[in-house]
Write a protein that binds this ligand. Structure first.
Ligand code: FES
Ligand code: FES
Length: 212
């Protein structure tokens, strides 16, 4: 990972011309950045017709979540966090579990347009809510500008925190935020990166903010 000043433009799409260790890593990293396919299609058992709130004999509760623009009628244990529901019931594994205690931001998703730590709320609390995960932001062929900027600015290393960073960064674009790097750092302070890619993360966000 190379560090850059936030005012230096990152070349979007500059990493795709040759197959090298670096381009391989970028390709692998991009897969993590844009997330996996919507595997809920494969998990037919995630679709139920029961009215929301219905409790069955096993104690599972019917809930309807609109995830990445698609309605999911689910049955979940009421103790299931939104994070576990997304990853294990709907099989959208782009959202990561880091601390599971609201401290790292790896699990950040958007609920009705606002960022939340999905490990801190229960799935049943989101009946009728509209949820966006990293899989809903863009695709490898049509990345969200923030996803493209993270690739261009080398804003990740292992990539584990990256989907949460990107979801927070996209939400930040609609939040009151001053123009300086320090302002961005303050609003991104809930997202921890164990690899220390902070400088390039800020550069990616500032690049998108300059062109938005
Ligand atoms: S896994 Fe949710 S904040 Fe760390
Ligand atoms: S890129 Fe490794 S934890 Fe952030």
């Amino acid at each position: 990972m190379s560090e850059r000043k936030s005012e230096e433009p990152c070349a979007v799409g500059a990493h795709t011309s040759t197959v090298s260790r670096r381009s391989f890593l970028v390709t692998a990293g991009t897969a993590g950045i844009v997330g996996a396919v919507d595997a809920a299609e494969v998990m037919g058992q995630s679709q139920y017709a029961d009215p929301p709130g219905t409790v069955d004999r096993r104690g599972t509760v019917a809930v309807v979540l609109r995830i990445n623009g698609k309605e999911h009628r689910l049955r979940v244990d009421p103790r299931t966090t939104l994070l576990d529901c997304l990853r294990e019931t709907v099989a959208l594994t782009g959202t990561k579990k880091g601390c599971d205690h609201g401290q790292c931001g790896a699990c950040t998703v958007h609920v009705n347009g606002r960022r939340v730590n999905s490990c801190l709320s229960f799935a049943v609390m989101h009946d009728g809510d509209s949820i966006t995960t990293v899989e809903g932001l863009g695709t490898p062929a049509a990345q969200h500008p923030m996803q493209a900027a993270f690739v261009a600015c080398d804003a990740y290393q292992c990539g584990y925190c990256t989907s949460g960073q990107i979801m927070s960064a996209v939400a930040l674009l609609k939040e009151p935020c001053g123009p300086n790097d320090a302002d961005v750092k303050e609003l991104m302070s809930g997202n921890i990166c164990r690899c220390g890619a902070y400088q390039n993360i800020v550069a990616a966000i500032q690049q998108v903010r300059r062109t938005a």
